[in-house]
Design a protein around this ligand. Structure first.
Ligand SMILES: [Zn+2]
Length: 279
């Protein structure tokens, strides 16, 4: 069974913790994305790219190349604003505009969404799934089943499940976690960078017994493909960049020894984990 590879395509200025006042770096974005595309082509891996909306227009050709290489384009918010800080109408407009922009580039339907910084929960954003479904999204990869100061929900379900809405059901695919008293993420971001290799492999083992594919998630900064900005505060650099050279090596190993596909291709498998009976 292949696992699932995802990237959040954004710049340092989009970071919700410590990204303020950092300048845009279009050349850096192009370089990083090119490196990712090359690594994926070399290892015959496919991935889902969650793209921040304000990068679409200035990088059309680059994003078209991602789609043409057989990867999935999905949406990650127009400016990476936290969903729980948006009004419902603002969120509705944000995802409607972004979906159309991406579709006009690839000519394909865009069905996936990931909330910036996992900023949704049943309590904070109760109508999130209903609005997503009404606008035409088929899945969300947005729930983080561990509470942190910025995001997350300890009570979120750990496995893919349907959310029933009056427009039909929509699949939510939470970040994989191993359960040891608390839910522990391991498959991306700071967790992938901080954990020792053997620690991550134990957590992967516990997740794998469920039979559910692992959804890995990376930013360019996690893989040393974007240099830490000198404007970023020390705490932000630790949270967003620390361990990224080591993570890059591990990522290359993953590509060497695992098969990867997109979320949309894995949907038939992911849907099987639903036990909610949502209509
Ligand atoms: Zn993001």
């Amino acid at each position: 069974m292949p696992n699932i590879l995802t990237f959040d395509i954004e710049e340092a200025r989009h970071m919700n913790f410590g990204g303020q006042n950092i300048a845009s770096d279009p050349a850096g974005l192009a370089r990083g994305l090119d490196s990712i595309l090359k690594m994926l082509t070399d290892s015959k891996a496919k991935a889902t790219f969650f793209i921040v909306g304000d990068l679409i227009e200035p990088n059309k050709d680059l994003i078209r190349r991602v789609a043409n290489a057989g990867h999935e384009l999905a949406f990650h918010g127009m400016s990476h604003k936290l969903v729980y800080n948006m009004s419902e109408s603002e969120f509705d407009a944000d995802i409607s505009i972004g979906k159309k922009m991406l579709e006009s580039i690839s000519g394909e339907k865009v069905i996936g969404y990931r909330a910036p910084s996992w900023s949704v929960s049943a309590k904070q954003t109760p109508r999130f799934w209903e609005i997503l479904k009404r606008v035409g999204f088929e899945y969300s990869s947005s729930l983080f089943p561990l509470k942190t100061p910025l995001y997350g929900d300890n009570h979120a379900p750990r496995f893919p499940h349907f959310r029933g809405t009056k427009h039909g059901k929509i699949l939510e695919i939470p970040v994989p976690t191993a359960r040891f008293i608390k839910n522990i993420p391991f498959s991306g971001g700071a967790y992938f960078r901080y954990l020792a290799d053997w620690e991550r492999k134990i957590l992967e083992y516990f997740w794998n017994v469920s039979g559910c594919p692992i959804v890995y998630y990376f930013h360019m900064r996690d893989l040393d493909l974007e240099k830490s900005s000198p404007e970023a505060r020390l705490m932000s650099r630790v949270i967003n960049y620390w361990g990224n050279a080591r993570a890059r090596k591990r990522f290359e190993n993953l590509l060497r020894y695992s098969k990867f596909t997109t979320i949309s291709e894995a949907l038939p498998i992911l849907r099987k984990f639903d036990s909610t009976g949502a209509k």
